[in-house]
Design a protein around this ligand. Sequence first.
Ligand code: ANZ
Ligand code: ZN
Length: 786
Amino acid sequence: MAKNFDHKSIEAKWQSKWLADSDWRANDASEKPKFYPLIEFPYPSGAGLHIGHPRPYVGMDLLARKKRRDGFNVLYPIGWDAFGLPTENYAIKTGKNPRLVTKENSDTFRRQIQSLGISFDWSREINTTDPKYYKWTQWIFLQLYEKGLAYKGTAAINWCPKDKIGLANEEVVDGKCERCGTEVEKKTKEQWMLAITKYAKRLHDDLDTVDYIERAKTQQKNWIGPSEGAHIDFKIANSSEVIRVFTTRPDTLFGATYIVLAPEHGLIEKLKNSIQNYSEISTYRDSTTKKKEADRTAEGKEKTGVEVIGIQAVNPANGEEIPVWIADYVLNTYGTGAIMAVPAHDERDAAFAVRFNLPARIVVSETGTAINSGQFDGMKSDEAKRHITEFVRGELITTYKLRDWVFSRQRYWGEPIPMVKCDSCGWVPVPDNQLPVELPQVERYEPTDTGESPLANIRDWVETACPSCGKPAERETDVMPNWAGSSWYYLRYADPSNDTAFADKKKLEYFTPVDWYNGGMEHTVLHLLYSRFWHKFLYDIGVVPTSEPYKKRTSHGVILAEDGTKMSKSKGNVINPDDMVEKVGADALRVYEMFMGPFDQAIAWSYDGLVGARKFLERVADLPQKMGDTTPSSELEILTNKTIKKVGDDIESMKFNTAVSQLMVYSNELGKLETVPRSSLETLLSLLAPFAPHLCEEMWHELGNTESIHKTNWPQFDPAKLESDEVTIAVQISGKVRGTCTIPRDAAESDVVALVRSNPKLGPQVPTEMKKVVYVPGRIINFIGS
Ligand code: ANZ
Ligand code: ZN
């Protein structure tokens, strides 16, 4: 082969052959064990493939390819997560139909990804915007609705005034819209909500049953945010109502000197008639609704609040009547929306008490025991927590920070929520046999200023008949968030064209759960949590076989620009994968992206590094010129076995960079030989094939092989040949090291003694009579003086 191998023709030739032969298709009916590696399916943006995309795709491709050769039936699929704002915004700007934009973009992505020779099973390609796909996204929503987990709630939502869209808490970063950076406002709106909080405990606790990188587990656990405490009820004097508070410190109950309700707390309306300063209260409430949560609860913030006059609560521990306040530092969306204030032991309560001149009572001593707490005096805090809670008939419980999932979007380019509103029947689900509710074709995609979806303007789509009573009714015009389609896509790959179920149960039983899911750290909290929630729900209704979707989760680092900053169009430092493939070939790009650094770490792009990878492949391509049918030396054999072991182990543990460097060491050693043994060269190609699939396939065939290198068995090493059978040990005589001696690795002590004695240099130094000999096998022999 020419020194500068012709990557273009080699790559094109093998790519079309592999595709034509359906080489990477997973078999639905296989006797083999399955292996299901998964990458996060891309959003087909107009910018085309980013140079960072191939890193995880190639990484998982190495695993897929090795596992196939280890005898697994591998499902390595890809598709398009194609609903979302960028496409919609582009449609608004250009007037182009989002469907068309999506098709063009995914065509580009497919071409680009296929040019990299990744062994995806293209026969299973899915697209979340395909009505055949989102029919099932809608179906899952209706299942959630049926089980009471999807509900319409009037919630103060995060509202982006620029995008005109309601945002989930997760989409608000530092009080700003995650997409456009505009300050987020609060707005009250009827929203579809999903009761993910009902799954909080399982989502939290079951993390201990899966193999996720520690960072991912910690982030999810923090997001779910369990907090151990108690619910305690305070009666309202002269009323049958009670105020339930959530506290993490029930041991301080005797120090609770007043109660604070969130301004939005439901009790205010209930007790309206007993409240003497209701108008003041409602003015305060209106002013807080506009505030951001982070500002309300910020430490050191000047406290505000209003006393609820006419109402007193009774401290259940000592029967004391205490005042009730409303204040915005208490959130309605956490715990019970009410707290018992203990100014002596809680900083925010203390600041509030100082500001409004409220009393404080110390109930825990410096040594951490209860004081001023009646019969509980002297108890350690933990004990007091339990006993005091029991005494007032409270309940020890765990509360979670996690909130329900705001599932409505007032936009166009999403899955329509399949619900109909009827004046007589209320909300009525669209019957399964009328799914999918397809997005209508429209002329304009702009969201409306009123905050309604653009779908609201399409009257002949909105107006429909009530599925229940047949009277005129209206469709829901909100669509789903773009987290919906990605919450279950890995299930669809098991059976992507099924029209009667989202996937056949037998196929799910065979292929799921996903064995290994690799994706970005930025998706650890949202996407991963949402899909785990949907999956658990689907498990509960008996349609998936396991309670967790992903056995294992890892993460890759991003690729930065050469100067270490983020690549961006505006800075003009974006590397186009097409250009790189054109210049050096897909194989070199693949090898480079695996070699550039530890897989889980961010790293700067380097064109020189890419060229280095190309040169390595050129040296490999030159090796056949020196090939001969010689037998490898025992040294080479040891290196061969070591290389087989290391490359295999490194692929399985995602140490792709050290796998490549071992292959470099091996090929350099072969390059130094006068004659390269055929078997050694074949082993090199066999191990390099997952990294550089085209070149290795080409060379493999040039060596006269007829079967694809990718269908050969993965090379096995001989454990007995991982190290030489000789070792060099230190020889110590009367406390001093006198030299070294090479001996058979498994020599007995008496043989070692004999060998040292017969050694021309060391032998004469060993006196004939020794007191003692100590031999540490393989390390040192010690002759201890007479
Ligand atoms: C009395 C008390 C005494 C408290 C004390 C703390 C220290 P985490 O750990 O975050 O769960 N709290 C409860 N619900 C609240 C709400 N909706 N808005 C604002 N604050 C709320 O915090 C739980 C503690 O935060 C609870 O325990 C409660 O104050 C307050 F020495 O009750 B504590
Ligand atoms: Zn009706």
